[in-house]
Design a protein around this ligand. Structure first.
Ligand code: EPU
Length: 435
């Protein structure tokens, strides 16, 4: 049987130099698209990244009866008025993490939601107890059907309430916001997540007539409204895609102008790049990363909820730290198992030991090409950066993870001077690859 898969082939050693334009934020798009379910009229969403997670959530909305059309490369038209179901239980739903936003959105729209347990990247337990606790506080009870489908419902309208989150969970904050937008009275979320895409979602909902205050702070207040009108809204630039190109520029000792970004969202990454010796210049909507000025040195990193250093940039920064002299220590405080890429980097000659939430990187040894795999989205981005730095030709398999979140990564990197291509192979005959 012929089984064709895709892989990236990188001829390493080129220094990145030039300009790259960042796409719309994946994690904002995958929240804002389901949020349209709450709207009483059609919407146009601009600056949508062309990535597989976005196509998937669009198809899920279509399955529910919404009209979803791509008007141009980065604009989606969504008409939610024809949605005729409050369940999302197809295989598509299982294919992505953010499908859990359908719970909050459908609950807000029809006071009931039946949604498959979400899939997505695997880095340890990914519970949704805080989401469910929030729904319960608003008056919705839930049950797990056949161990696979979450059924949440309320008797009539949800009732606003005061909710304290034990952890500033991005997903729980978003889901509770979605459920509360049309609830009766006021909902207050304490210890809310403050990530840029939380603010983007609140701005989107407010532009439709929602009444949300405090997004971007620890306390979000939502006063329920009855009607949301259609809007045209443009999604923020992707903080993590930008951070990935910033790390890639530094790792190859290059000089790259990263365009279409919000520099404020990048401050924690910028601070760490400056600490290791990069020159960073900030413009209104761009940052210049220059790693040609002096030798780079080690640093320590602790991942934290925003405005701390983002966990989604941890694997990429760790790869950069493999290329500099000295011992760096990473403390991953958000996820309990986000070091699956370490064994792949080790195959390329990196010296990293993992002890619980810490990774100790002995930097400075030259990375060498090897067949590696993307174990998840950001781990895949880390493999790409490693391949760009390595001597020889690196082949990366399981690239479907990378394409969940990086638009045109091949074109963008090659325009900066990289030598990377996508090739198709038959995994039943190509034994060099680790599919
Ligand atoms: N947590 C709980 N209970 C919950 C929810 C979360 O214990 O009900 C814990 C998690 O186990 C984890 C921590 O809280 O240890 C953070 O989880 P959070 O809910 O903040 O993460 P998420 O909403 O599932 C989003 C992003 C992730 C990103 C995290 C943290 C989306 C679709 N996903 O996930 O992005 O790592 O926030 O910033 O927005 C990625 O883009 O590669 C990615 C994985």
């Amino acid at each position: 049987m012929c089984a064709t898969l895709e892989k990236y082939v990188i001829n390493g050693g080129n220094v990145l130099d030039g300009e790259v334009s960042i796409s719309g934020a994946k994690n904002a798009a995958v929240a804002i698209i389901p949020a349209v379910i709450l709207c009483d009229e059609p919407c146009r969403i601009e600056n949508i990244p062309n990535i597989s997670d976005v196509s998937l959530i669009g198809r899920i909305l279509q399955e529910m009866g919404a009209e979803v059309k791509r008007i141009d490369k980065s604009t989606l038209y969504i008409n939610p008025t024809k949605i005729n179901s409050c369940s999302a239980t197809s295989d598509l739903v299982r294919g992505m993490r953010a499908s859990y936003y359908l719970l909050g959105a459908l609950l807000g729209r029809c006071h009931q939601a039946k949604v498959c347990l979400p899939g997505g990247c695997n880095f340890g337990a990914r519970p949704i107890d805080l989401h469910l606790k929030g729904f319960a506080a608003l008056g919705a009870r839930h049950e797990l059907v056949n161990g696979a489908i979450i059924d949440v419902k309320s008797d009539g309208k949800l009732q606003g309430n005061h909710i304290y989150l034990d952890f500033a969970s991005v997903g729980a904050t978003i889901n509770i916001m979605l459920a509360a937008v049309k609830a009766e009275g006021q909902t207050v979320i304490e210890n809310a997540a403050k990530e840029p895409h939380i603010v983007d979602l609140a701005n989107f909902l407010n532009s439709m007539g929602a009444q949300i205050r405090g997004a971007g702070t620890d306390t979000i207040k939502i006063r329920g409204v009855d009607f949301l009108h259609g809007v045209t809204y443009s999604i923020i630039p992707d903080q993590i895609e930008a951070g990935t190109y910033m790390c890639a520029a530094a790792a190859t000792r290059g000089r790259v102008l990263v365009n279409n970004v919000t520099p404020k969202h990048l401050e924690s990454i910028t601070a760490k790049l400056r600490e290791i010796g990069c020159e960073i210049k900030e413009f209104d909507e761009a940052v210049l990363v220059d790693a040609t000025v002096r030798p780079l040195n080690r640093c320590n990193i602790k991942t934290m909820p925003h405005p701390g250093f983002p966990t989604d940039c941890q694997p990429q920064f760790a790869t950069l730290l493999c290329t500099v002299d000295g011992t760096s220590i990473i403390n991953e405080s958000v996820w309990d198992n986000r070091y699956q890429y370490v064994s792949e980097l080790t195959l390329m000659g990196a010296h990293i030991s993992v002890e619980g939430r810490l990774a100790i990187i002995e930097g400075g040894s030259k990375l060498t090409a090897a067949p590696v795999k993307a174990t998840d989205l950001r781990a895949g981005a880390a493999m790409v950066i490693a391949g760009l730095c390595a001597d020889g030709v690196t082949e990366i398999s399981s690239i479907q993870y990378i394409e969940r979140g990086y638009e045109n990564i091949i074109e963008k990197l090659n325009a900066l001077g990289a030598d990377i291509k996508k090739v198709y192979y038959d995994h039943t005959t190509d034994s060099s690859l680790r599919a």
